[in-house]
Design a protein around this ligand. Structure first.
Ligand SMILES: OB(O)c1ccc2cc[nH]c2c1
Length: 245
């Protein structure tokens, strides 16, 4: 997968060089490049913002630097998808992360201030698919944190990145597994810690009982924290018995 990120804070993306994603980059599984938008701002102060037409607070990101940056990064006829984080975008979900993991090339545009001049998105849509995406119902100071979240959620789904491909398939919200159940508790050594034992079933070696226990814990946690997700799962009689306890 090819990733390009355009930002006025390139140092924000130092985390892309660590952990599993850093290894994926070293292996060549992910070809990621971070670009400083100010490289396409040609005045002495490398200005990327200006006052909003119509008045109002704050500043808006100018279209010219963005237009030049996207022209330089995405040649005409390329297969890139532009992803623009914004509080007013479509929700970023595990399903969307999976769709993005199948894309050959993602370009992320990190807005700041009050956002990017709307004509940048319009112009980009004339030559590539563009998604405006929100990572949640809260407002950040810019798109960089949202891009870090999305890049991690997407690249961990790429073959070989996690190192244990099965663990992505076991995620909460992973399609096809428990569909939309929250993951239950996990445990490791020691068997007793501060007088708190590991649930004995997990050390029983009875894989059927372990699977049942894990599903029951996921059902209980989902019913308690995200009851609206229960209806998105195919429940059997055993599940219904657990939920009726
Ligand atoms: O909350 B967000 O996802 C987000 C994304 C982009 C910008 C640009 C300025 N504020 C932003 C907030």
């Amino acid at each position: 997968m090819k990733l390009d990120i355009v930002t006025i804070f390139p140092d924000y993306f130092a985390p892309l060089d660590v952990s599993l994603l850093g290894k994926a980059r070293q292996r060549g599984d992910v070809d990621a490049h971070v670009h400083d938008l100010r490289g396409w701002a040609h005045d002495r102060h490398r200005t990327v913002d200006d006052t909003p037409y119509g008045g109002g607070p704050g500043m808006v990101m100018k279209p010219e630097p963005w237009g030049e940056a996207l022209d330089a990064i995405v040649p005409p006829g390329s297969s890139a998808r532009l992803v623009v984080p914004t509080p007013s975008g479509r929700p970023f979900t595990q399903e969307l992360a999976g769709a993005y993991a199948a894309e050959p090339w993602l370009v992320f545009a990190c807005g700041r201030y009050e956002g990017i001049d709307a004509r940048v998105i319009e112009d980009a849509r004339s030559r590539m698919p563009v998604d405006e995406v929100s990572i949640g119902d809260y407002v950040l100071a810019g798109g960089e944190s949202a891009v870090l979240v999305m890049v991690e959620a997407v690249t961990r789904l790429l073959p070989g990145v996690l190192g244990n491909a099965g663990s992505a398939a076991d995620d909460s919200f992973a399609p096809g597994r428990m569909e939309a159940l929250l993951e239950g508790p996990v445990y490791t050594k020691p068997p007793d810690w501060r007088g708190r034992p590991v649930p004995p079933v997990l050390m029983s070696g009875n894989h059927g009982a372990i699977a049942r226990w894990r599903r029951d814990e996921a059902l209980r946690r989902t019913a308690a924290i995200r009851p609206e997700l229960i209806a998105r799962n195919a429940l059997d009689d055993a599940d219904r018995r657990t939920l009726s306890e």
